[in-house]
Ligand binder design. Structure first.
Ligand SMILES: NC(=O)c1ccc[n+]([C@@H]2O[C@H](COP(=O)([O-])OP(=O)(O)OC[C@H]3O[C@@H](n4cnc5c(N)ncnc54)[C@H](O)[C@@H]3O)[C@@H](O)[C@H]2O)c1
Length: 353
């Protein structure tokens, strides 16, 4: 699989696996299992599906609805029935091809069909590569909320074919870059300039190496904390406000843009609590990302969602904050500071680009 031009990232833990980042991987993918179920979203460029079919000769290929429309219990049970109808055996494999939504669904199918079969992923979005494909979280949504049902089921291998990123709309590519930039802020500051560089684009000369280094940050964190008992929470930098923005706007603000906005709020909170001033970095990212301008918002619109954040404990809400670049911590912020910094954050965003 073109080892010379591909980059490899190792994910450790009880079931270690390798993430390969390279060009042209879709056509070269091989798995040891004889029987394979290939799961992909219906709107994926058909050439991707044909290329993987030619490489793997799957027993069954299942097309699922696009985006989070596939992350429902109804689609999940339908896919399970189709695997059973195709007699996919216990020593078969599920291969998820597509963005994070399709690979989350495919992983949960793999985790539960016949009490678990081998799982492989071929992520085709920037977010899918930098975030969703690494760490073993799989699952579907409930009407009550996102990702409420699922399992930790690590893939046996991940192949990130950078050529697939060329068909992503540019704004979707820039959206996915938020997680790579976040990895720069929390762990590898060399990524900050590299993500904003003109070379970091589909077909760009530094795409593979920057992507591999961004993936390595998550790989290292999940290796040390596979089930989110400690430092894995740092990957949530910017996500407390981001999840609130997504929920309040019913996802009119896409995830990666919400994370871009949320990182700037978290940088302001960090500075307010005595940390280094990293707001120049987070504003530079927003200028580069050019997110959709936000609707009119008040702190009280978002606060109920932030208060329900998964990092909250019996003593209240906790934020991922930064003492400095690559020095994250989990901290509490007094409500008056949250409100004051929210006002400053809004002022910073006018104009947001
Ligand atoms: N498991 C995890 O750890 C984890 C982490 C982060 C996000 N997620 C999940 O990932 C999902 C979001 O993933 P996403 O941002 O990749 O979006 P997505 O999976 O919703 O994909 C967006 C759309 O782009 C299409 N698409 C995918 N690749 C394409 C390509 N190369 N060219 C053209 N179109 C393409 C998809 O078919 C889809 O319709 C959410 O459900 C989120 O919960 C999971």
């Amino acid at each position: 699989m073109r080892p010379s031009s591909s980059q490899q990232v190792e994910v450790g833990g009880e079931q270690p696996y390798t993430v390969t980042v390279g060009a042209g991987l879709l056509g070269q993918v091989r798995v040891p299992q004889r029987h394979v179920a290939l799961i992909h979203p219906a709107d994926l460029p058909p050439a991707f599906v044909k290329t993987v079919q030619a490489a793997l000769s799957p027993t069954v290929t299942i097309s699922v609805p696009a985006r989070d429309e596939c992350k429902t219990l109804a689609v999940y049970t339908d896919v399970l029935s189709r695997l059973a109808a195709a007699n996919l055996p216990r020593d078969g494999a599920v291969v998820g091809l597509g963005g994070g939504a399709a690979t989350d669904l495919a992983g949960f199918v793999a985790a539960s069909y016949l009490r678990g079969v081998a799982f492989y992923t071929l992520p085709t979005t920037l977010l899918g590569m930098v975030d969703a494909a690494v760490g073993g979280k799989t699952g579907v949504n409930l009407p009550e909320g996102k990702n409420l049902v699922g399992a930790f089921w690590p893939p046996r291998a991940v192949w990130c074919d950078v050529e697939t990123l060329s068909t992503l709309p540019p704004e979707v590519f820039r959206e996915g870059a938020a997680e790579a930039y976040k990895h720069g802020l929390i762990a590898d500051p060399s990524l900050l300039a590299r993500v904003l560089s003109p070379e970091f684009q589909p077909g760009g000369p530094s795409l593979k190496s920057t992507l591999a280094d961004a993936i390595r940050v998550k790989a290292d964190v999940v290796t040390r904390d596979p089930t989110e008992r400690g430092e894995r929470a740092f990957l949530n930098f910017g996500h407390t406000l981001a999840h609130a923005l997504e929920a309040h706007t019913h996802h009119a603000v896409p995830h990666g843009e919400a994370v871009g906005y949320g990182m700037h709020y978290a940088a302001r909170l960090s500075r307010a609590l005595g940390g280094a001033d990293l707001t120049g970095h987070t504003l530079a990212f927003l200028r580069w990302q050019q997110p959709t301008p936000l609707p009119d918002l008040t702190f009280d619109d978002l606060w109920p969602y932030m208060a329900r954040d998964k990092k909250a404990d019996a003593d209240g809400v906790r934020f991922v904050l930064l003492h400095d670049l690559a020095r994250p911590y989990l901290g509490r912020v007094p409500e008056d500071v949250l409100r004051r910094e929210f006002a400053g954050w809004q002022t910073d965003l006018i104009p947001p680009r």
